[in-house]
Design a protein around this ligand. Structure first.
Ligand code: FAD
Length: 392
């Protein structure tokens, strides 16, 4: 990807970007993903290829060795990955977690880590927020960091922390001031950059969680983990706002992945509807088959407009919380609708692994729940956009 001379996001550049991602993805066809799914294995070669081509460093500024692209362009990368039949879930976190380091890290931290993330020698793929007993109520998290001299001693537990086994670094959200000693419960949380290669076996134990799709997610048990104070990102106690800061980018990128999934389902359903002959005619000649596919296509196109609107606002430095949340919800709903239409169109073959529909169906289902569940987006819109009382 020759982005240095092409970082202005013109339609021509965006098309070139799409083509470059497609070229890489062609080397990782359906069979590759199917095999990984069977064995619950990590797409090591695919992630390496994307890193070497610079795609995972798209949002890192050029001064730190990245491509300095816009969120609009980064979202196109994620969309194309999923549209090819691949699953960006293996590597998407690097795109949005590095923003916390970029916006709130010290110059020394940025030089030390961002440059290596950009050249692919370090991976920042893990993001440790969710806990077994607090779930969506993030500010109640129980993992604590107590400062002792030049170290934090961390104790606690995290759940559903994806890619921890395949990442060198992890951003970890911890409580550094007890909740009864802060004015607001959003205060007193801090973000630590954890060197996973050192920490595993020295304070962190990783236990994989098998899920309905291949997602390399894990549970982390943290016991007397020592993190140097120099690995604190930004100011102690302000971590929650740093994490919130990155949420809009996360929502936009995930929306783009859903859009990619959705088009994959529509393409496959349309092709199958044209090819499959039952009662001496293509099944796609029946309106009962056509309409659900057409409907999901319409909803996808509408969700895509919201995704580009959210990305545009973000890139122009404008508030985009409303649009980013709505884009995530609309895109997740549209991809799920398309997944159902695609599976139904395939009849029994939709359930056969060799068609890949059931795999993508399982993969896209996640986005109704993670990284933020649909209900929480609805609550956000009800409270912050429509001004209704807080419901939780
Ligand atoms: C495969 C996978 C990968 C993940 N990867 C990561 C990761 O890398 N890092 C990380 O930190 N987390 C990760 N997560 C966690 C994910 O962000 C959470 O699962 C998600 O935010 C929901 O939290 P929860 O599972 O605790 O559900 P809960 O908070 O327990 O909620 C359960 C259900 O209740 C609903 N609910 C809860 N409160 C309300 C309310 N007030 N009003 C209405 N409905 C409500 C929710 O919408 C949800 O449907 C991952 C999860 C999965 C499944």
């Amino acid at each position: 990807m020759k982005t240095t001379e092409l970082h202005v996001s013109t339609p021509e550049f965006q098309e070139e970007l799409r083509q470059s991602v497609r070229t890489i993805c062609k080397d990782y066809p359906d069979e590759y993903w199917r095999k990984l799914d069977e064995t619950n294995a990590y797409p090591e070669e695919f992630v390496k290829a994307l890193s070497e081509a610079g795609f995972l460093a798209a949002l890192i500024p050029e001064e730190y060795g990245g491509s300095g692209l816009s969120v609009t362009d980064a979202s196109i990368i994620m969309e194309e990955i999923n549209r090819s039949g691949a699953n960006a879930g293996a590597c998407h976190a690097q795109m949005y977690t590095m923003g916390t380091l970029l916006r709130h890290g010290s110059e020394e931290q940025k030089k030390k880590y961002l440059t290596k993330i950009a050249d692919g020698s370090l991976r920042l793929q893990a993001f440790g927020v969710t806990e077994p007993n607090t779930g969506s109520d993030t500010t109640q998290l129980k993992t604590v960091a107590v400062r002792k001299g030049d170290k934090y001693i961390v104790n606690g537990q995290k759940v559903f922390i994806s890619r921890a086994e395949y990442s060198d670094l992890m951003l970890l959200l911890v409580r550094s001031t007890p909740v009864d000693q802060v004015k607001k419960r959003t205060e007193g949380l801090s973000v630590l950059l954890v060197d996973l290669k050192e920490a595993v076996g020295n304070g962190i134990t990783i236990q994989p969680i098998r899920t309905m799709m291949n997602h390399a997610t894990t549970e982390l048990f943290i016991e007397d983990l020592e993190v140097p104070v120099e690995n604190l990102i930004g100011e102690e106690g302000k971590g929650f706002s740093y994490i919130l800061d990155g949420m809009n980018v996360e929502r936009i990128l995930i929306a783009a992945e859903c859009i990619g999934d959705g088009y994959w389902f529509v393409d496959r359903a349309t092709q199958y509807a044209k090819d499959r002959v039952v009662f001496n005619r293509p099944i796609g000649q029946n309106q009962g088959i056509q309409f659900p596919i057409a409907k999901s296509y319409i909803n996808l196109e509408a969700a895509d407009l919201m995704r580009f609107e959210a990305a545009r606002l973000y890139d122009e430095g404008k508030a985009c919380g409303k649009q980013a949340n709505m884009a995530k919800l609309l895109a997740a709903d549209a991809s799920w609708e398309a997944a159902n239409a695609c599976l139904q169109t395939h009849g029994g073959f939709g359930f056969a692994e060799e068609y890949d529909v059931e795999r993508k169906f399982r993969e896209t289902r996640l986005y109704q729940v993670a990284p933020i569940s649909t209900n929480l987006i609805l609550s956000y819109v009800a409270q912050h956009i429509l001004g209704m009382p807080r419901s939780y």
